[in-house]
Design a protein around this ligand. Structure first.
Ligand code: BG6
Length: 456
């Protein structure tokens, strides 16, 4: 039996744009996703857009009951900026009513809400002004954050500012998976820098408003594994860590951007525009905890040929395809649970053992109907095995002193996923796309026993 620490959070994660639906109704304005889908629906799997998703806006009360039914004692959701402040300034009272009721219902079912402020869902009015490229985005986000803390602070005690900020940077400005889908390393760095400052400004606003709550940030983190111990591969891994992990984690927890990252950017003419006072803002507003999303490891090697100055991160490190890897063929991601142990020790040794939790971990599988039994239940034993393996390595890290306080699966109910639509399913509950009916999978029942036993 693997026992987890007392009061361990057993939960699941979801996001507003992937679940709420009613995307252009009840006062909500458009996000970049609404805009992009309207403009180019063919980019989205089976032309599945953000309008309906899982219909949580209409089903949330019964969903809170479902959370309790599978033993969740916590759940991470997000607030939609474009729903709460459709023009960035005016509060939408329908949104306030919805979120207050939703968070209260979670608590009534014994589920602690952990609320995130930004999950890739840039309001279109702000994107029209440059999005995170514009320095004004920092103040706009701080205002939104402060509004949330004031409106919901009595119901929510754990907040996070961003989900995986590196993803909107790289997918929007390097790899074309998010709007505006441009390729420009310099602009990507500026977007990342303003996002970091927006996070810091939100933490500052939080300290001014909240006396009892805690605030963190959710980062997609994996240690970088080099192809070999050769000097060039080690340098590639070091640079990958600087860009992908330490760029946000160091300033969030330690209060400074790594000097080596600044040097690397300077050498490649990639430094962002910086204002007086930024350094202090970064130094002073540290987080209380970290949320860590983990799906797959990052493996790198030295690039064969590299542009100088760099045009893309690939000029610093090239992906390495480990021949021995185990893979989830649906999502194309390597399965390497050992990384959760490595990352647990990294948090302990390099980040002064700050409290943290696994804020996402899960397995996306296509065509799950294949695993439906005669009574209509999806027998997702592969998901149970995936989570057990990851939890085992996490448990080892905790035994060795890492302060992990929870494990949140991605996700609660099958949800819409960006350009992939509903192709891969991750939920403890299956979603019927025709009826929006939810039915518990075998993994949901399994998770209940894990939560009840506080281990497995
Ligand atoms: C995380 C995101 O990176 O991965 C989620 O926070 C996302 O929004 C999840 O849905 C799974 O990835 P995907 O692309 O398969 O949906």
């Amino acid at each position: 039996m693997k026992d987890f620490p007392k009061n361990f959070l057993w939960g699941a994660a979801m996001s507003a744009p992937q679940t709420e639906g009613q995307s252009l109704a009840f006062g909500k304005s458009a996000t970049t996703w609404d805009h992009w889908f309207q403009k180019s629906p063919e980019k989205f799997n089976q032309s599945q857009g953000p309008a309906i998703t899982s219909g949580v806006y209409d089903h949330y009360l019964a969903d809170c009951q479902r959370m309790e039914e599978i033993g969740l004692n916590s759940l991470r959701a997000s607030i939609s900026w474009a729903r709460l402040l459709p023009d960035g300034k005016t509060i939408n009272s329908a949104a306030v009513e919805f979120y207050r009721d939703y968070f209260s219902a979670m608590s009534a079912h014994g589920v602690e809400p952990i609320i995130n402020l930004f999950h890739f869902d840039m309001p279109m009015w702000l994107m029209d002004q440059g999005g995170w490229e514009s320095r004004d985005s920092i103040e706009a986000f701080a205002f939104y954050a402060k509004t949330c803390f004031e409106l919901f602070g009595d119901l929510v005690k754990k907040w996070t500012t961003f989900n995986e900020p590196m993803v909107h940077v790289e997918c929007g400005y390097l790899y074309q998976y998010h709007y505006p889908a441009v390729i420009d390393f310099q602009r990507a760095v500026q977007v990342g820098y303003h996002t970091l400052l927006a996070h810091k400004a939100a933490v500052k606003a939080f300290r001014a408003v909240s006396e009892t709550g805690e605030i963190g940030i959710i980062l997609n983190i994996s240690p970088t594994y080099p192809k070999s111990e050769a000097k060039a591969d080690l340098l590639a891994a070091y640079r990958s860590d600087l860009l992908n992990t330490r760029s946000f984690l160091d300033p969030a927890v330690l209060g400074s951007i790594p000097e080596d990252l600044k040097t690397l950017l300077a050498e490649n003419d990639l430094l962002p525009e910086v204002n007086a006072g930024d350094k202090e803002l970064i130094a002073e507003n540290l987080v209380d905890f970290i949320g860590l999303n983990y799906y797959q490891p990052r493996r790198v090697q030295t690039p064969q040929a590299a542009n100088r100055p760099a045009q893309m991160p690939a000029d610093f490190y090239a992906p390495y395809d480990w021949p021995d890897k185990k893979i989830n063929p649906y999502r194309g991601w390597e399965i390497y649970p050992e990384a959760l142990y490595d990352v647990a020790l990294m948090m302990k040794d390099d980040y002064h053992n700050i409290p943290w939790f696994v804020s996402e971990n899960g397995m996306g599988v296509a065509d799950e109907e294949r695993f439906m039994n005669a009574s209509g239940e999806i027998e997702d034993d592969y998901r149970i095995a995936f989570m057990e393996e990851h939890l085992s390595y996490l448990h080892q890290g905790i035994l060795e002193g890492s302060k992990c306080f929870g494990y949140h699966a991605w996700t609660f109910i099958d949800c819409w996923s960006w350009l992939n639509g509903y192709r891969n399913r991750y939920g403890f509950y299956r979603l019927d796309l025709e009826t929006l009916e939810r039915s518990v999978k075998k993994s949901g029942k399994w998770f209940k026993t894990v939560s009840q036993n506080n281990g497995f």
